[in-house]
Design a protein around this ligand. Structure first.
Ligand code: GLV
Ligand code: MN
Ligand code: MN
Length: 428
């Protein structure tokens, strides 16, 4: 018998127990004593995290598939033959991550499914929860790799050949095999009926506005470039300033240039140099080479392209002046994504039913949902980040806000399973 239900109650205690248990794997302590997580994609700790979440999926009796890029989907058993309403996110972290980025969306999905199953209700369609491989891209760029491959945006063979940035020579394929997550299910994966991702905001907007829910309209465009510079290594005391070919000078100039361009354009333009490596990296030696990364983002692709061009022109000009050679490699390039208005409106309506006026906002961070949006109606729910801090062990969200986010995930998934999103024409 099919029941139309819209009042499943999730258990905040069960959600928090799982969040705490998963965070113990790869646990790190930040400078001020905050407990964070370090589970870079496809490392031993990622494997242990995956094993734990798979155990929870098995305990719930979910039908589990592991695909050829290591994405794991757990689906409620169903003989309806209908595509599921899927939620999910990732459980890999940056090297200095918090407890909630990604993990929340996966564990809240498990909590929703457990609540529905233990209430004994039969939904019009099954629910599913996924964790996608290498969302962070910190070890194997680009970011959102698993969901990109799931959605057919990159061939699985090409993705498996990606080499780690850590210089070990490990590839996505070799690491998947090593940790036992080179699955048999084909990529791209089957399209869900709809997809919704609960995630912490990772920024300050909700907190500053005093609101508890974000209804996410889309994700800004992301451009990642690795730059390699080669100069002339020489003595720091004897080489006149006019005779230097110093790659670090170019890195410093470009860091300041990115800041000034982003400031001149204003929000939502952002630009970051996040990784710099010098060789030989010694106090009294002008470096022979430098590699650094550029991360540029904007919600408007035309603006993003203009900034990319300005940055590239300036890089080549300053490097030529300094006598330094340049080579660049695009590590990630994703256009801005607009989510399905009906699903966004479903999130807005669900928040209002719970007495919360959501902020209707774009996401600054990249998310798996932006890839799933290529396959099916998709949106996201944001829950506040205390102090706007993320990608940092100090990342935090109140238990009440985490529980509200999980409850809204349940409400929205039930709406999607009953096709109530088709009742919304746009964001009211
Ligand atoms: C990935 O999560 C990113 O936004 O960098
Ligand atoms: Mn994330
Ligand atoms: Mn992240």
């Amino acid at each position: 018998m099919v029941h139309v239900v819209n009042d499943i109650q999730i258990s905040p205690d069960r959600l928090m127990r799982r969040v705490d248990e998963l965070a113990e794997i790869g646990a790190i302590t930040g400078p001020r004593g905050h407990a964070g997580s370090s589970r870079l994609a496809l490392t031993d700790d990622d494997r242990l995290g995956r094993d734990l979440v798979m155990t929870w999926m098995r305990d719930l009796g979910l039908d589990i598939t592991v695909d050829a890029i290591g994405n794991v989907v757990g689906q409620m058993p169903s003989d309806s033959g209908l595509a599921p309403v899927m939620c999910g996110s990732h459980i890999d972290t940056v090297g200095t991550g918090g407890r909630f980025d990604g993990n929340l969306g996966v564990l809240a999905g498990l909590e929703v499914i457990e609540s529905v199953m233990s209430a004994g209700v039969q939904l019009p369609r099954p629910l599913a929860v996924a964790f996608f491989t290498d969302e962070e891209g910190a070890r194997f760029p680009p970011d959102m790799l698993g969901s990109l491959v799931y959605a057919g945006g990159m061939a699985v063979e090409a993705a498996q050949r990606i080499v780690a940035v850590d210089g070990t020579g490990a590839t996505v394929g070799s690491e998947l095999e090593r940790i036992g997550y080179l699955g048999a299910a084909p990529c791209p994966g089957p399209a869900p009926h709809a997809f919704v991702e609960l995630h912490i905001e990772q920024g300050p907007v909700l907190e500053q506005m005093g609101r508890r829910v974000g209804a996410v309209t889309g994700v800004q465009g992301i451009s990642w470039t690795a730059v390699e510079l080669r100069g002339v290594s020489n003595h720091a005391g004897t080489t006149p300033m006019s005779m230097r070919c110093d790659p670090m000078f170019v890195v410093g100039h470009m860091t300041a240039f990115l800041r000034s361009v982003a400031t001149e354009i204003g929000a939502p333009q952002v630009a970051t140099v996040g990784r710099v490596e010098l060789h030989p990296n010694l106090i009294n030696v002008i470096p022979a080479s430098a590699t650094f990364t550029i991360d540029v983002r904007h919600t408007d692709d035309k603006m993003l392209r203009e900034v990319e061009q300005r940055v590239d022109d300036e890089l080549r000009r300053v490097a030529a002046d300094e006598g330094v050679s340049v080579s660049t490699e695009t590590l990630a390039r994703f256009e801005p994504v607009v989510f399905d208005e009906r699903v966004v409106a479903t999130v807005v309506a669900a928040a209002r039913r719970r007495g919360e006026e959501p902020v209707v906002m774009p996401s600054g961070a990249g998310h798996d949902a932006q890839m799933l949006a290529r396959m099916c109606p998709t949106a996201m729910i944001f829950t506040p980040s205390i102090g706007g801090i993320s990608h940092n062990p100090a990342e935090d969200t109140s238990v009440a806000d985490l529980a509200l986010g999980c409850q809204l995930l349940a409400d929205v998934m039930l709406d999607l399973a009953a096709d109530r999103h088709f009742e919304h024409e746009g964001i009211a």
